[in-house]
Design a protein around this ligand. Structure first.
Ligand code: HEC
Length: 244
């Protein structure tokens, strides 16, 4: 707009104040970025970002957390793998088994001590550190009737319920590894494959009894045990076959 656009106007003040209110035209070089350029930019950012994420191991906390660089790797949060290498299979099973044990702890107690006359102890129990086959079978299908644990008789009405349907083979393996290596117990770890093997073979509709389990008392389910602390502890059954 310029004064020549209003040749008839005599009120110069009004005309000029109108002109002064106008914003200057945008210079052609400061036009908004065209949509196609924005689109290309975001497309590039998404592709580049996903490539970066993919080739650096993905954005999991363990990979992407800033402490990894400082402490030499590992998850620095409480309960994390700490400074250093990833957990070995035994340590991992112990860690997961400790939380999975909450299912058992309501009866057998957090310290594995059980409740006198009601729930037998897992700490120091020959049922726990003995043959893995019997132990897996108990948790798979439950246990009922009179039993003896550490020389003490138990016969809780209803016995122990089966956990086969409620827990995965992996969860059960973790918990059993945990109870076999807590409160002074020391025995080989139980793997998911061992639990699965018993699960596949065992066809049973009722809870076990002590008599039915006798053939399995000292038997260990065959299977690979990952090298490490979980493989070194000799099962009590193997060390002292006469015990029971
Ligand atoms: C609702 C209570 C209850 C829960 C939960 C429970 N148990 Fe038991 N458990 C019992 C009872 C009762 C007996 C004894 C059964 C009998 O008298 O025949 C027993 C016996 C056992 C035995 C054999 C005896 C011994 O003390 O060593 C083992 C091993 C065992 N339980 C392991 C487990 C594990 C592992 C879990 C968790 C997955 C678990 N139990 C969860 C009640 C329970």
């Amino acid at each position: 707009m310029s004064a020549s656009a209003h040749p008839d106007s005599t009120d110069l003040d009004r005309l000029h104040s109108a002109v002064k209110r106008e914003k200057a035209d945008l210079a052609p070089e400061s036009q908004p970025t065209p949509m196609w350029a924005m689109f290309l930019f975001f497309l590039f950012a998404i592709i580049a970002g996903s490539q970066l994420g993919f080739y650096t191991g993905g954005w999991s906390f363990d990979v992407s957390n800033p402490f990894t660089v400082i402490n030499g790797g590992g998850d620095p949060r409480p309960g994390g793998s700490g400074a250093g290498a990833a957990l070995d299979p035994f340590a991992l099973a112990m860690k997961k088994g400790a939380s999975g044990y909450a299912v058992c702890g309501g009866c057998h107690q957090g310290n594995g001590g059980g409740l006198p006359g009601q729930f037998p102890p897992l700490a120091g129990s020959e049922w726990v550190s003995g043959g893995t086959e019997r132990l897996i079978r108990i948790t798979q299908h439950g246990l009922v009737g009179a039993i003896s644990v550490k020389g003490q008789g138990y016969n809780t009405p209803g016995g122990m319920q089966p956990f086969g349907a409620a827990m995965s083979s992996q969860d059960l393996a973790n918990v059993l590894t945990y109870v076999r290596n807590s409160w002074g117990n020391e025995a080989t770890m139980i793997t998911k494959e061992m639990v699965q093997k018993v699960r596949d073979e065992e066809k049973r509709a009722t809870q076990w009894t002590e008599a039915d389990l006798k053939p399995f008392a000292d038997k260990n389910v065959p299977g690979e045990i990952p090298a490490g602390p979980g493989a070194t502890a000799a099962p009590a059954a193997a060390a002292a076959p006469a015990a029971k």
